[in-house]
Design a protein around this ligand. Structure first.
Ligand SMILES: Cc1cc2nc3c(=O)[nH]c(=O)nc-3n(C[C@H](O)[C@H](O)[C@H](O)COP(=O)(O)O)c2cc1C
Length: 316
C-alpha cells in the first residue's frame, strides 16, 4: 500500500514535511497550493512553498514532493504548471477541492466542482503542456452539494488525461464533518473508471486505514489532519506501528522548534507551534496541560524554554 502526506495550506509547510517524512515511511508529499490567477508566477513563489525544488523535489529523507496549483484559468494554470515542471517538480497536482470562501468566490478550488467542463479544460491544458514524464494529478471532493456529481467530475478529469486522482470523500457542503464522509463513493468511482485513485478523508489510525481500503478497494491512502494529531501516523497506517508516546512527541516538538527558528528566526513559530498543539490535543490529553503553559506567550524563546523545562520534568 501507499500512504501520501497530503496538502494543508498554512499548516503543512516544508519544515513539517521534513520532520514527518523523516520519522515515517510516506510515499509522497503534496505542497500547499500555489494560487494561480492571471499571470506566470515568479520562481520564488514556487520555491517558497516548495524549497525541496532545490534538492530534486524531494524531502531530505528522499520522499518525492509534488507541487499543487489552484486556479480556474486553463491557460495560466498550464503556464504555471510548466514553470513548476521546469523548476524540477516531480509532479503537478491540481486542487479542485478547496472550500475557502475567497477562493470559491473567484471560482477556484471546490467552486469548480460545479463546472466539470472547466475542470476538464484546466486538466487538459496542464497535461498537454507539461512533459509527459511528469505526472499531472488532481484532487477533488465528491461535488459541491450532491455526491452523485462525482462521476461526471471524475470522467472529465480522466478524459483530460490526468495520471492519478485523489478523492476527498465529502462534498464541499459536507465541510470537515466526520458523519459526511462517504468512502463508498470512492468504490463506485473505482468501478466506473480506470484512473488510479488515492482515497482521502477521516483516516486517523490503523483501523480507519484498513476500513477505508476495504470499503473503497483502493490501497493508496492520503492522510492530512491525522498526521498532526499522531506524528507517526504514516507508520501507524502503513505498518500498524504503535502510536508515538507523548514523551517522544515532546522531543519532536523541540526538533521542530530548532528547525523553525533557523528558518525564519522564530517569527511564525509561536503561531505554528500553537496550531500543532491544537491537533495534538485531539490525541494526547497531556498536550492540553502543556498548551495552557505556553498559550499566552507570543515570542519563540519562552515557548521553547517552557517545552524544554517540561521535557526535563518528564525525564526526572
Ligand atoms: C487546514 C487545512 C488546510 C488544507 N489545505 C489544503 C490544500 O492546500 N490543498 C488541498 O488540496 N487540500 C487541502 N486541505 C484538505 C486536505 O488535504 C484533506 O483533503 C482533508 O483535510 C481531508 O483529509 P483528512 O481527513 O485526512 O484531514 C486542507 C485541510 C485543512 C484542514
Amino acid at each position: 500500500m501507499r500512504v501520501v502526506l497530503g496538502p494543508m495550506e498554512g499548516v503543512l509547510d516544508h519544515l513539517m514535511r521534513e520532520i514527518l517524512t523523516d520519522i515515517n515511511d510516506y510515499d509522497l508529499c503534496v505542497t500547499e497550493f500555489v494560487r494561480v490567477v492571471d499571470q506566470r508566477l515568479p520562481e520564488h513563489v514556487f520555491k517558497r512553498l516548495c524549497p525541496e525544488l532545490d534538492q530534486g523535489s524531494q524531502t531530505k529523507s528522499g520522499v518525492p514532493v509534488h507541487i499543487q496549483l489552484l486556479g480556474q484559468d486553463p491557460h495560466w494554470m498550464a503556464e504555471n504548471a510548466v514553470v513548476a515542471a521546469e523548476l524540477g517538480a516531480r509532479g503537478i497536482d491540481l486542487n479542485f477541492g478547496c472550500p475557502a470562501k475567497l477562493v470559491n468566490k473567484s471560482k477556484g478550488g471546490a467552486a469548480l466542482l460545479q463546472h466539470p467542463e472547466l475542470i476538464h479544460s484546466v486538466v487538459k491544458a496542464c497535461r498537454d503542456a507539461v512533459d509527459p514524464a511528469i505526472p499531472v494529478t488532481a484532487k477533488i471532493r465528491l461535488g459541491w452539494e450532491n455526491p452523485d456529481d462525482c462521476f461526471e467530475i471524475v470522467s472529465a478529469i480522466e478524459s483530460a488525461g490526468a495520471n492519478e486522482l485523489t478523492v476527498h470523500a465529502r462534498t464541499k457542503s459536507g465541510g470537515y464533518k466526520a458523519s459526511e464522509i462517504k468512502w463508498d463513493y470512492i468504490n463506485q468511482i473505482r468501478q466506473r473508471s480506470s484512473i488510479p485513485l488515492i482515497a482521502n478523508g477521516e483516516i486517523w489510525d490503523y483501523q480507519a486505514g484498513q476500513a477505508c481500503i476495504e470499503t473503497t478497494g483502493v490501497d493508496s491512502l492520503m492522510v492530512c489532519r491525522g498526521a498532526f494529531n499522531v506524528p507517526n501516523l504514516g507508520n501507524v497506517v502503513k505498518h500498524n506501528a504503535t502510536i508515538m508516546p507523548w514523551s517522544e512527541v515532546v522531543e519532536l516538538m523541540l526538533v521542530y522548534s530548532q528547525y523553525e527558528m533557523k528558518g525564519d528566526k522564530g517569527l511564525y513559530y509561536p503561531n505554528r507551534i500553537k496550531q500543532w498543539f491544537a491537533y495534538l490535543r485531539n490525541q494526547y490529553p497531556e498536550a492540553a496541560d502543556l498548551f495552557r503553559e505556553i498559550r499566552t506567550f507570543n515570542k519563540a524563546e519562552p515557548i521553547v524554554e517552557r517545552i524544554k523545562h517540561y521535557r526535563d520534568s518528564l525525564q526526572a
